[in-house]
Write a protein that binds this ligand. Structure first.
Ligand code: NAD
Length: 424
């Protein structure tokens, strides 16, 4: 962590700096609410905790953990927990701020938060991982809770880790508080539909964007980068709608087939051997060729910063659906806009996951659980309402969908701030 780090001075090229510049872009559309905009440029609260555990070999290890509550004007904090050796307070600040924008963009009654531990979970035994999770939960327990801040899984955390978090928090408060985290196992208050929710949201927003562009999904050619939870589910739903998945890339390589890859075979093979394990179903090509494979829709669903300026020049896609968080660098965004390529931004495109997390939290409070059809119908409705409102805003101001999403979200957050007023 930089010694100079402060809320207002980002380090060069940092995600927090990117976030601050995204907020600056929407100030002209905020009208009188612009006087409150500084609220968005500072996290409400940032907690750094020491996480000491006794390792299996008897030594004592210390890990640094964070929980940042960026904004809670519209409701409790909401956002995942990342276990990664490179995670920093500044990165968590940016991720928490993007959660504030995302929950407001889809109009969920939440603010934004995020957490992380500087740890490589692959180097821990299952017992050590459980100890790290429980001690971290206990340390941040002073600021999380079902009505204050609700964590969820993120990179390298999963339903088992959420179960340990729920149990630790519950032991400390003396009850069973299922609503303190989402993304839990089904029999511990988890929700049906949560695993596929983000990919489904990418499909729902993509289907509507294609309709508005006059693009028929039947026969549309789609290239998908990242074939995990988000990318593979989105690909399956588009294929069911008649599209052809012509290129898929994951960490093992890139496979292409201009007639469309057979997903029923590719998906199970990719889980064990990666997409290159399906040699029989397509051609393995160099990774950089993924970006100039002829396609109509491009879905970056792997990592941040993948769609660079050079790749934005190459792509033949007319529509980009951001399944990943932050996959498009700012220069590429400008190039795509100039080239007339429509980008559905991450803060709306991949909001299906947090939306079904919201359903999980609501179901936990009522202790009444919905079937999967009901969840999917409600998810569809929330995503469509959000996208339509953002689209109208983009048309009205002649701005990109990304700037429109920020304008809609920032207006909702700052209106709540203004109505609540400042205490004291
Ligand atoms: P995942 O771990 O299930 O899958 C990631 C995929 O990316 C894998 O197929 C992996 O092989 C591939 N990948 C990794 N490195 C790569 C590289 N260098 N080049 C090409 N492919 C590479 O993760 P996920 O849950 O699908 O998340 C993907 C993205 O979506 C992340 O940015 C995540 O933050 C974002 N996201 C996920 C959710 C969710 O609910 N899972 C919600 C919102 C946003």
């Amino acid at each position: 962590m930089s010694e100079q780090l402060s809320f207002v001075s980002p380090t060069a090229n940092s995600p927090w700096g990117t976030y601050l510049s995204q907020v600056d872009r929407v100030v002209p559309y905020l009208g009188p609410l612009a006087r409150w905009v500084e609220t968005l440029k500072r996290p409400k609260r940032a907690l750094i905790v020491d996480v000491p555990i006794e390792m299996d070999d008897g030594t004592i290890a210390h890990f640094e953990g964070y929980r940042v509550q960026h904004n809670m004007s519209r409701g409790p904090g909401k956002g995942g927990i990342r276990f990664h050796p490179d995670v920093t307070l500044e990165e968590v600040m940016a991720l928490s701020a993007w959660m504030t924008i995302k929950t407001a963009a889809v109009n969920l009654p939440y603010g934004g938060a995020k957490g992380g531990i500087r740890v490589d979970p692959k180097k821990l035994s299952p017992q050590e991982l459980e100890k790290v999770t429980r001690r971290y939960t206990s340390e941040i327990g002073i600021i999380i809770g079902p009505h204050t801040d609700i964590p969820a899984p993120d990179v390298n955390t999963n339903a088992q880790i959420m179960a340990w978090m729920m149990d630790t928090y519950s032991m400390n408060v003396g009850g069973t508080a299922t609503g303190v985290v989402t993304g839990k196992p089904l029999h511990l208050g988890g929700s049906l539909g949560r695993v596929k929710a983000t990919g489904r949201g990418v499909f729902v927003t993509g289907r509507e964007a294609a309709r508005r562009l006059g693009m028929d999904l039947r026969g549309a050619r789609i290239a998908v980068q990242g074939f995990g939870n988000v990318g593979s589910v989105a690909a399956e739903l588009f294929a069911e709608a008649g599209a052809k998945i012509v290129a898929v890339q994951d960490h093992t390589g890139t496979i292409v087939n201009s007639n469309g890859l057979d997903l029923a075979k590719l998906v199970p093979i990719s889980r064990t051997d990666g997409v290159v394990g399906f040699k029989a179903g397509g051609d393995i090509v160099p990774n950089e060729d993924f970006w100039n494979t002829p396609c109509d829709i491009l879905i970056p669903a792997a990592l941040e910063g993948q769609l660079t300026a050079e790749r934005a020049q190459k792509t033949t896609a007319k529509l980009v659906l951001e399944g990943a968080n932050g996959p498009t660098v700012p220069q590429a965004d400008d190039i795509l806009a100039e080239r007339g390529v429509l980008v559905v931004p991450d803060v709306i495109c991949n909001a299906g996951g947090v939306t079904v997390s919201y359903f999980e939290w609501v179901q936990d409070f009522s202790s009444f659980f919905w079937d999967e059809d009901e969840i999917n119908v409600r998810l569809d409705r929330i995503m469509m309402n959000a996208l339509n409102h953002i689209w109208d805003t983009a048309d009205k101001h002649k701005i990109t969908l990304r700037t429109a999403t920020y304008a809609v979200a920032c207006e909702r957050i700052l209106m709540a701030r203004q109505e609540r007023g400042l205490y004291p």
